[in-house]
Ligand binder design. Structure first.
Ligand SMILES: Cc1cc2nc3c(=O)[nH]c(=O)nc-3n(C[C@H](O)[C@H](O)[C@H](O)COP(=O)(O)OP(=O)(O)OC[C@H]3O[C@@H](n4cnc5c(N)ncnc54)[C@H](O)[C@@H]3O)c2cc1C
Length: 264
């Protein structure tokens, strides 16, 4: 029987990050900056993650347009929008750190729209009580992914594109030790051995029910879920004049938002 190396493509890393959207790329940059051998693995081409679709902007309490905004108000809006089922600690970290993450993107080359005074512009959006969304026209996600890709590549991360991972692997002690999948181009099996695996495979709504998807795979184990930390709670169906008001105004739109918030 052929040995493992011949039957499978194998790779060894300190850290592998599954997913190359905004979350995965930022995690990989942090790992690379810590000096460890890091790879990002994605089932599509680099840059073709949901992140690229984000149009509204990044919610961060910079207070550039509404000076009263702060992380506590952002926390409250997210907590309330999530119908109080969020992981409060994740929401706290998110609300506190979002402004610095936006400024970091700017330092790394993202060009945000500006106010007449030259500050990063912020616009209103559903569920937010302040004008809070830093944006780049209607292509914020594209600029974010472009910026993180550039930064990631120059930080020395390796990228595996069109590799679909289907299983996390554990060592005899029960610790996650890698991941298994296949190359989409030719179907060849691939094995990644790693000291740490970061799951950044995006949305956790319907994918939860897809057998073999990374969330489904990971959820065979009691991993902690970050509930409803999305800044953008599927409120694009509401009219623009409602944006920025508390909750999603009223009626069916509000109920729809609540229902969707509850599933992630
Ligand atoms: C149309 C649209 C508009 C949006 N607008 C906004 C907005 O204005 N503001 C906002 O804050 N949010 C917005 N969102 C939501 C936001 O884009 C997402 O919450 C965010 O981009 C998720 O980022 P992520 O890195 O977690 O996942 P993603 O960007 O979805 O990346 C997931 C990655 O995982 C990889 N992957 C998945 N499964 C596998 C597998 N089995 N093997 C290997 N790789 C795998 C994918 O290839 C991809 O690289 C919008 C979403 C959409 C769809």
């Amino acid at each position: 029987m052929a040995n493992l190396e011949e039957r499978y493509e194998t790779h060894d890393y300190d850290v592998i990050v599954v997913g190359a959207g905004g979350a995965g790329l930022r995690a990989a940059i942090a790992a690379a900056q810590a000096g460890v051998k890091t790879a990002v693995i994605c089932k599509s081409l680099l840059g073709k993650a949901h992140t690229v679709m984000a149009e509204g902007g990044v919610a961060a309490s910079l207070g550039n347009v509404d000076a009263y905004d702060d992380w506590k108000l952002h926390f409250a809006d997210t907590w309330e929008g999530g119908k109080y089922i969020n992981n409060w600690r994740m929401v706290e970290l998110f609300a506190k750190e979002a402004p610095e993450r936006v400024l970091e993107l700017e330092r790394w080359g993202a060009i945000f729209d500006r106010t007449p005074q030259g500050r990063i512009n912020q616009r209103p959006f559903g569920s937010h009580r302040a004008r809070r969304l830093a944006h780049i026209g209607d292509r914020t996600g594209l600029e974010i992914i472009r910026t993180l890709q550039d930064k990631g590549i120059h930080s020395g991360i390796d990228v595996f594109m069109e590799y679909t991972l289907t299983r996390l692997l554990k060592d005899p002690q029960g610790r996650v030790s890698g991941a298994f999948g296949y190359r989409r181009e030719d179907g060849r099996f691939v094995l990644f051995r790693a000291k740490a695996v970061v799951m950044a495979t995006g949305g956790c709504t319907r994918s939860r029910a897809t057998p073999g998807s990374p969330p489904a795979t990971a959820w065979r184990w009691p991993l902690r879920q970050a509930r409803n930390c999305s800044t953008w709670r599927w409120c694009s169906s509401i009219p623009p004049e409602w944006s920025g008001r508390r909750g999603c105004a009223a009626s069916s739109s509000r109920k729809r938002c609540a229902a969707r918030a509850a599933v992630c």
